[in-house]
Design a protein around this ligand. Structure first.
Ligand code: BG6
Length: 510
């Protein structure tokens, strides 16, 4: 099987080239280095890049956290989520560039210490008159300390002679007002060009693939509009509840946790017009432009759910968690019908659906086409293009064929591009590795700009406030089910979505 030609496509291939070739001395400080996010995502991603030779040669990594621990203890924690198959020598080499500084998040002196450590590690980094260096400040931190840390970086650590990049993780506020305040605070300290707001969905292979599919293939773009598309559904399902993090989750709920960020980001890429170029600002302009055309979501276009324990008692309900208030109305499931009010999409309903403790793990984009006009065949099912983001990355088009053999009946089949069978030897990198590489390359394409963020909150804030002030109660659904009763009717009634006959079921090839 021949491999497709690879084009030098800005943030795809030349991104990797430039990181590998440009050996600018680089220091990456990971704040919150002893926390869960750093252990599970940031350090494994940094190791992956190190292992693949994609970090600039003179890279130094500093973990910073409040915990007082030795560098050996830090190394143990930083590697606690590495794959058991990781090569021991490579891990050793990686750890030889990882230091640890312990300090508080609001004490000048501790940040001055950090600066001294950076200076020590950078000794001899300037060669002749060239003193180009990159400092990345990665905040794997809870939002309550973002601004404190950013303020102290700026005051005590920031070096104007370097390229400085600040990486922050969601949540970026909890509504429009708090998000604007956060943007103002961060914006008062750093230029927008220095800020990288991570939405890890933008680093996922199939999400990065949407632009290529749409703008590199004539047949997709030709039908990508209200004349051919009936409705679009973007679905996120997780088969586990909030066990262990219920108290934390209760402050946010599924809309803030997944929809306002991950699903809306995906929607904006599926819906946007072709950007002027592959430049990050042109891409983000196109995404923002489409978000501007979305009206705030109405409560009557929303179904809210909260999971309850299974009848046999084997799985707990959301409120069985001691850290969740017994009267909590926080949704763990939500489904919203949205409209993009522009020429391309007027009249096409967009459904975003997300839920915890459902029947399966799945994230997908389902584009359902309209009925065939003047068809020779009666009662045709509709074509659908499905992009499965996870698990088992795939793209398939539900396509009607003649039933093979002597029969003249029609059958639903599919044109199937399942990555695992098409690209045997390619290991798809974790989203975090892709995004950290983008940060090192200074490529903002897959990061959220402040005006995009503002639009995302504008769309959801009235609904979120209404749920809170009117104490709207979500519908119960059983742990492991498909969601609250009536979940399918809700979509079919509002979007005209037509279900393919129930015998048809696509399964990724093994
Ligand atoms: C996070 C949410 O942003 O995304 C989690 O806070 C969710 O609740 C996670 O589980 C899903 O990410 P992924 O990459 O596992 O699909």
């Amino acid at each position: 099987m021949s491999m497709p030609t690879s084009h030098s496509f800005a943030s795809l291939t030349c991104g990797i080239d430039s990181a590998a070739k440009k050996d600018v001395p680089t220091t990456i400080v990971v704040f919150g280095a002893s926390g869960d996010l750093a252990k599970k995502k940031t350090f494994p991603a940094l190791f992956h890049l190190f292992d693949q030779n994609l970090l600039p040669k003179r890279t130094r990594i500093i973990g910073y956290a409040r915990t007082d621990m030795s560098v050996e203890e830090f190394h143990k924690r930083a590697t606690s989520h590495f794959s058991p198959q990781a090569d021991k020598d490579t891990v050793k080499k990686f750890l030889s560039v990882c230091e640890y500084v312990s300090g508080k998040y609001d004490v000048d002196e501790d940040f001055v210490n950090l600066r001294k450590e950076i200076d020590r590690l950078e000794e001899g980094a300037c060669i002749g008159s060239s003193c180009e260096r990159i400092h990345v400040y990665y905040m794997a931190l809870p939002p309550s300390v973002f601004v404190d840390v950013a303020t102290h970086i700026k005051k005590n650590v920031y070096d104007e002679s370097c390229t400085n990049r600040v990486v922050i993780e969601k949540p970026f506020g909890h509504d429009l007002e708090s998000s604007r305040q956060l943007s103002k605070d961060i914006g008062g300290l750093f230029e927008e060009t220095e800020v990288f707001r991570i939405d890890h969905y933008l680093g996922k292979e199939m999400v990065k693939n949407i632009m290529t599919l749409r703008f590199a293939n004539v047949f997709y773009e030709a039908v990508w509009n209200r004349h051919y598309i009936s409705n679009v559904q973007i679905t996120f399902k997780e088969p586990f509840g909030t066990e262990g993090r219920g108290g934390y989750f209760d402050q946010f709920g599924i809309i803030r946790d997944v929809m306002q960020n991950h699903l809306l980001q995906v929607l904006s890429i599926v819906a946007m017009n072709q950007p002027q170029s592959l430049n990050a600002e042109d891409i983000r302009d196109s995404k923002t432009e489409v978000l501007r055309r979305i009206l705030p979501i109405q409560l009557e276009d929303t179904m809210l759910g909260q999971y309850v324990g299974t009848s046999d008692g084997s799985k707990p309900g959301y409120k069985d968690d001691d850290t969740v208030p017994k009267d909590s109305n926080t949704p763990t499931f939500a489904e919203c019908v949205m409209h993009v009010d522009n020429d391309r999409w007027r009249g096409v309903p967009w459904v975003i659906k997300a839920g915890k403790a459902l029947n399966e793990a799945r994230m997908l984009i389902r584009i359902q086409f309209k009925d065939m006009p003047n068809s020779l065949f009666p009662n045709l099912a509709r074509n659908e293009l499905v992009i499965q983001v996870s698990p088992k990355e795939s793209v398939y088009i539900k396509t009607i064929v003649k039933e093979p053999g002597l029969s003249t009946n029609l059958a639903m089949s599919e044109l199937d591009l399942t990555y695992k069978t098409r690209y045997h030897d390619i290991k798809i990198p974790d989203a975090y590795a892709t995004l950290i590489l983008d940060v090192l390359n200074g490529d903002h394409s897959n990061f959220v700009r402040s005006d995009e963020l503002d639009e995302a909150w504008r769309i959801f804030t009235p609904l979120l406030h209404q749920i809170e002030t009117e104490n709207i109660m979500p519908l119960p659904y059983e742990y492991g089910s498909r969601g609250p009763q009536g979940v399918y009717d809700f979509v079919e009634d509002r979007t005209g979505y037509k279900r393919t006959n129930l015998e048809y079921h696509w399964e990724a090839p093994q």
